[in-house]
Design a protein around this ligand. Structure first.
Ligand SMILES: [Zn+2]
Length: 491
């Protein structure tokens, strides 16, 4: 287990110091309580949880790894562990099941171009670098496919003012490019892998290799991408190294180039589930929510990503519950805990939760405002009136803040906080999010760390995840993957 225990504990303590936000009446400084809970979190207990999650992982279908990916027995075992541990510690656990499109790559994938057999990411070693990976949610080849390859207008002139990084992003990019019955080779950039693959399939391609963009050091290696669980693509799709793409392109200027491939996948709808629990005490109309995704990627047991966040939230829940029984304070806000399923497939579990739970509050808010204004058609609402709907929604949604924990045990960590409203990474007025940000930074400083503010990019999944919230924020270390949405916390 490559977790730096010291750094893991330090990070988790900083992360959990967000307990301030739970707020306790009867105690002058809520930080006093938060500190007690944080101090009660012991490294050994966290490692115990991580070891249990490692044991919960099961071998993948191709036998190349163990996994806790959504839909697998490894995920079910992990969910059982969280549920049983919570129940043993006095929590009632609610399971929120939902349908999920599970995808796994089966054994025996092969890909060769120009007669050269390429190295699958699964087979790479320290000495033999990977050439390609299968995109998750790729289709099967249904046997061997042998076909010519065809490039879709790649551009290697990175410094040119006319540099085009959007190959294959529009259906019209395939006008005048014959990919019919061929394997389309497309440079990364400009849009999702899914858009490129769907457009190529519509133009008649029988497979797609997206090669890395090559315009920076970070865009040269193998692409380990996903088409997303809502993809409409059904042909095989791979991600390859940049220099392979460039080499094939150069070769193709002189001679025709063919590829051969075979890939078999299991793609089916299964039921998976989010887990939810909350403290018995605290105001049910004033809820602070802490969450972490419990699923891993298919390629490993995901002990850092995101056993660490799951274990942190679990241990925090247990310690908070115990402390509330012994400390002479009354809990002010209810604290809700969530372990999300299928995050790695595109925030599927947390999306399901927000759609099921938060959308109802939004619909209520809209109905109330329309009723009060005597408006019957939502199309008649003005911008100001939609602002009223938004304000009412924030009033009636009892979840006043959500904090997410993802990969909080990275050995090569940084201390970072997502700057949800860009208040710290761009000039703007102080907002409730800014208050939270200042608090988190102060907590980090008091532990001898400093936090980097990282602007949240407005990516599709962030928007979707936050569509019903005003501000966003998250704590993270290592790779930027997590996101948090929080309606305005009331003072
Ligand atoms: Zn993660």
């Amino acid at each position: 287990m490559k977790i730096s225990n010291v750094s893991a504990k330090k990070v988790i303590l900083v992360a959990m110091s967000a307990a301030l936000l739970t707020g306790f009446a009867g105690c002058e400084d809520p930080r006093w309580v938060a500190n007690k809970v944080s101090k009660a979190i012991k490294e050994k207990r966290l490692v115990d949880h991580l070891e249990a999650l490692e044991v919960a992982a099961v071998p993948t279908e191709d036998g190349n790894a163990t996994t806790r990916v959504a839909g697998s027995d490894g995920y079910a075992n992990s969910a059982d562990y969280i549920k049983q541990t919570l129940e043993r510690n006095g929590f009632e656990v609610t399971l929120q099941p939902f349908d999920f499109r599970s995808w796994v790559e089966l054994e025996g994938t092969t890909l060769s171009v120009g007669g050269v057999t390429l190295v699958h990411q699964h087979d790479a070693t320290d000495d033999i670098p990977a050439d390609y990976a299968t995109m998750s949610y790729s289709g099967s080849s249904d046997g061997d496919i042998n076909a010519e390859i065809a490039f879709v207008t790649p551009d290697f002139d990175f410094d040119s003012a006319d540099y085009d990084d959007t190959d294959g992003c529009e259906a019209s990019d395939f006008d005048g490019v014959d990919v019919s019955g061929k394997i389309a080779v497309i440079q990364r950039g400009g849009c999702t892998f899914d858009s490129k693959v769907v457009n190529a399939e519509a133009a008649g391609a029988v497979g797609v290799i997206v090669f890395n963009q090559g315009n920076s050091e970070g865009r040269k290696g193998v692409i380990s991408g996903t088409l997303g669980s809502d993809t409409q693509a059904s042909i095989p799709a791979f991600g390859a190294r940049y220099d392979l793409g460039k080499e094939w392109y150069d070769t193709l200027q002189a001679e025709m180039l063919s590829a051969a491939l075979n890939v078999d996948v299991k793609d089916e709808v299964v039921v998976t589930q989010n887990l939810l629990a909350e403290t018995k005490g605290g105001d049910p109309d004033q809820i602070v929510m802490l969450g972490a995704h419990l699923d891993s990627v298919a390629a490993g047991p995901g002990i850092n990503d995101n056993g660490s966040g799951s274990a942190g939230v679990l241990e925090y829940a247990i310690r908070l519950n115990k402390k509330m029984k012994t400390l002479p304070v009354k809990q002010k806000n209810k604290v809700r805990f969530a372990w999300w399923a299928a995050e790695e497939a595109g925030l599927v579990g947390s999306d399901y939760y927000t759609n099921e739970v938060f959308s109802a509050y939004y619909d209520d808010a809209q109905a109330q405002i329309m009723d009060e204004l005597g408006v019957t058609d939502p199309n008649d609402l003005t911008d100001e009136q939609w602002d009223m709907v938004e304000a009412r929604y924030l009033e009636i949604n009892p979840v006043k803040m959500y904090l997410n924990f993802d990969m909080i045990g990275s050995p090569n960590y940084i201390f970072g906080v997502m700057d949800g409203d860009l208040s710290d990474t761009k000039d703007s007025l102080a907002t409730p999010t800014q208050v939270t940000l200042s608090h988190l930074k102060a907590q980090a400083t008091s532990k001898g760390c400093s936090l980097n503010s990282l602007p949240i990019k407005v990516r599709r999944q962030y928007r979707r995840h936050c569509q019903n919230a005003l501000t966003t924020q998250a704590l993270l270390t290592g790779v930027l993957l997590s996101v948090v949405c929080s309606p305005v916390p009331s003072a």
